[in-house]
Design a protein around this ligand. Structure first.
Ligand code: PMP
Length: 361
């Protein structure tokens, strides 16, 4: 007897679009500028700490509260450990935040051009969304968002700097939103903030509705270790912890905890590699402009650029043939753009050479 497989599945699953893992191809020697990883390795102190943690103690469960990491984050940002929540990458942290704070009865507000996973998490927890249009230069209209929030909503999610545009918002605009929506959480996702953005961490003491989410995947070059965290007043962190402990029992593993703490303590490595990425970004932006691209102002480790004559999908495909990967999104609103992660100077030169070759053809 053959059962119909879909009969096993919850209807919730049918609504989900599977993520296609094509952005992480298993091919060597690619110039990989498509997923906003750091082109530099993590701090050698972090690598050493991971190795030491792996060499002894793996037979023991890790600390379920990730206290050492929460203390390290708290020290660095002038908070207390009960104002820090740790998770396996900021994607997991975001999922816990959506579960804890956003509801099924009121729409969650976010811009129509932003990190695609916000929609996925909303769908996962049956949270209705209302997407506000960005303008023709892909900027978020903060006045419109604040006005809409003031009429009642379930909360706001913003990436600052935004993804995939790289455009940063000044803190005064974040404060506008926090004030427009005092009874609901404003989640500011600062995955890319260390590359020149303005962090809202300094506003936590003032706003009981502010949750700031950060990751060690980008500026700390630890995408492979999966570490992220959220900061907010203790009542928010307690709510997230309550949710996490009831349906998720996966704390950070011992190597991840040790590596994350060491990375957070290596300020010199962090400053030097972030500066290298930012300097390369400025140089690459000028070179792309010379090649006929319009490049949006970026405060992130990537640029979002549109060629004024050539089709972005075709450019991405031609680059791929030359073993250079950049990101092209299918969605109509941004189909003319390429998102290019900042590589090493050599990798960016290879990209520019490949583009020169393609554009000459
Ligand atoms: N937020 C934004 C805006 C991102 O672009 C990403 C990664 N692409 C994440 C969160 C998640 O990063 P991670 O899970 O590696 O911390």
């Amino acid at each position: 007897m053959t059962a119909s497989l879909p009969s096993f599945f919850s209807p919730r699953l049918a609504a989900l679009e599977p993520y296609v893992p094509g952005e992480q191809p298993r091919i060597a020697n690619l110039v990989k500028l498509n997923t906003n990883e750091n082109p530099y390795p993590p701090s050698p102190l972090a690598v050493d700490a991971v190795q030491r943690a792996a060499a002894s103690g793996l037979e023991r469960y890790p600390d379920p509260e990730s206290l050492a990491l929460r203390e390290a984050v708290a020290r660095r940002h002038g908070l207390s450990p009960d104002e820090v929540f740790a998770g396996n990458g900021s994607d997991e942290v975001l999922a816990h935040a959506f579960f804890a704070f956003f509801r099924q009865s009121e729409p969650l507000l976010f811009p129509d051009v932003t990190y695609s996973f916000y929609r996925v998490y909303a769908q996962r927890y049956d949270i209705p969304c209302e997407l506000l249009s960005v303008d023709d230069r892909l900027r978020i209209d903060i006045d419109a968002l604040a006005d809409r929030a003031a009429r009642g909503c379930g909360g706001i999610v913003l990436a600052n700097p935004n993804a995939p545009t790289g455009i940063g918002l000044p803190l005064a605009q974040i404060e506008r939103l926090l004030q427009a929506c005092p009874q609901r959480v404003v989640l500011v996702d600062e995955a890319y903030v260390d590359f020149g953005g303005a962090s809202a961490l300094s506003l936590i003491a003032t706003y009981p509705n502010l949750l700031v989410v950060q990751t060690l995947s980008k500026s700390r070059a630890l995408a492979g270790l999966r570490v992220g965290f959220a900061c907010g007043q203790a009542h928010l962190i307690e709510a997230m912890t309550r949710g996490k402990n009831t349906f998720n029992s996966y704390p950070l593993g011992r190597p991840a905890l040790a590596g994350a703490v060491a990375a957070l303590e290596d300020e010199a490595w962090f400053a030097q590699t972030c500066k290298a990425v930012m300097d390369t970004r400025e140089g690459l932006s000028l070179e792309l402009e010379d090649l006929g691209f319009e490049v949006l102002p970026s405060q992130a480790n990537f640029v979002f650029a549109r060629h004024l004559q050539r089709d972005a999908g075709e450019l991405a495909a031609a680059l791929r043939e030359r073993a250079v990967l950049v990101r092209h999104f299918g969605s109509p609103r941004i189909a003319q753009y390429l998102r290019i992660s900042i590589g090493t100077r050599d990798q960016c030169s290879m990209l520019v050479d490949a583009l020169n070759d393609i554009l000459a053809g």
